[in-house]
Design a protein around this ligand. Structure first.
Ligand code: TXA
Ligand code: MG
Length: 316
């Protein structure tokens, strides 16, 4: 198992030696390495068992640093960054040569994000390089939102997990890029569509699953827990699936089942997002065969939550 601790300088030393370290962010835990060092980036792909066609997000402490790695920040992107960084927003921007092709899977844009977690911000400020960091889970599985989640799955492969507590947002960042001059959301995430549109006006959403994804986070079957996930109205699903082998994932409703997880009794979408991945992981440990799921309201963070639920339900 990996060591879990709060020693930022130790994390820094490991990263400077080319090692990978799990780091806290406000969205999910990341598996970080020196983004400018091909050997470190290779280790990230290996530890995650991630195919090299799936590019990594590069984490920076502020906009000024971002400019060192991208050749242009179009005005609309700059506005978003000024308003929402540090925060759960990733911008796809034209990369400079200094970013290795391995980081971007050969694409000419790089995903840049300034995460909002005090420990990781300090780490980023002290390091002489930016951090490439995908979510710290094996490829295709649910992202981790606590150090223990990371340790359970990757503990044997990494030396250190920087403990920043449970993630405040709980789902991954929203990915925004440009198609010609049109702003496009490629992944719904911790920054809502409403928040983005309040700054950028109407934007195009292309976060749906496709067979030829621009971002493999768009792959249909992704974020998959170990059990079969079925979406519908819980009452109806309980007519078709046996209650004693079914977990129930609800927004607010209490079905009095021993195998249920209520995301937010008060109906708060932020709270629901915070708990989503912990809930999906909890079901993996229950003696059940199915996870019966109801979708949440399609607004605010509900969109990103529903996106993850639909993908968890997609089996390929
Ligand atoms: O909240 C987050 O974004 C977390 C934390 C650790 O920052 N990171 C994260 O990384 O979710 P990852 O690798 O699990 O998901 C990143 C997604 C992938 O689907 C990848 O394909 C897409 O971002 N992506 C990264 N760079 C891209 C690029 N240049 N063009 C298109 N998609 C890109
Ligand atoms: Mg991921």
């Amino acid at each position: 198992m990996a060591e879990i601790g709060t020693d930022i300088l130790y994390a820094k030393a490991l990263l400077e030696q080319g090692e990978v370290v799990a780091i806290p962010t406000e969205t999910v835990y990341g598996l970080a390495g020196n983004a400018l060092n091909v050997a470190s980036v290779t280790k990230i792909f290996e530890v995650k068992n991630r195919p090299q066609f799936d590019p990594l997000i590069v984490h920076v402490p502020d906009i000024d640093k971002a400019q060192e790695y991208v050749s242009d920040i179009p005005e609309p992107a700059r506005k978003l960054a000024e308003r929402f960084w540090p925060g759960p927003l990733t911008l796809l921007l034209p990369k400079k040569k200094i970013i290795p092709d391995l980081v971007t899977s050969g694409m000419d844009t790089v995903g840049i994000r300034c995460p909002n977690h005090p420990m990781t911000r300090q780490l980023l400020r002290e390091l002489p390089f930016p951090l490439a960091a995908p979510s710290a889970n094996p490829f295709g599985y649910v992202s981790p939102t606590t150090p223990e989640h990371v340790n359970e799955q990757l503990g044997d492969k990494i030396a250190y997990i920087l403990d920043g507590g449970p993630c405040r947002v709980g789902i991954e960042s929203t990915i925004v890029g440009f198609d010609d001059d049109v702003m496009v959301i490629y992944r719904m995430g911790g920054l809502s569509l409403e928040q983005i549109e309040s700054v950028a006006g109407t934007v195009l959403v292309q976060a749906h699953s496709t067979s030829n994804p621009k971002a493999p986070g768009q792959l249909k079957s992704h974020y998959a827990p170990g059990k079969k996930v079925i979406i519908g109205t819980i009452e109806d699903l309980l007519q078709q699936y046996p209650a004693h082998t079914s977990g129930l994932l609800t927004f607010q409703t209490d079905f009095n089942s021993p195998y249920q997880y209520i995301l937010s009794p008060s109906g708060n979408l932020e709270e629901a997002a915070q708990h989503l991945f912990t809930a999906l992981r909890a079901f993996d440990k229950m003696p059940i065969d199915y996870i019966l799921v109801e979708l949440l309201p399609e607004e605010g963070l509900g969109r990103a939550i529903n996106d993850r639920l639909r993908r968890a339900a997609a089996v390929e």
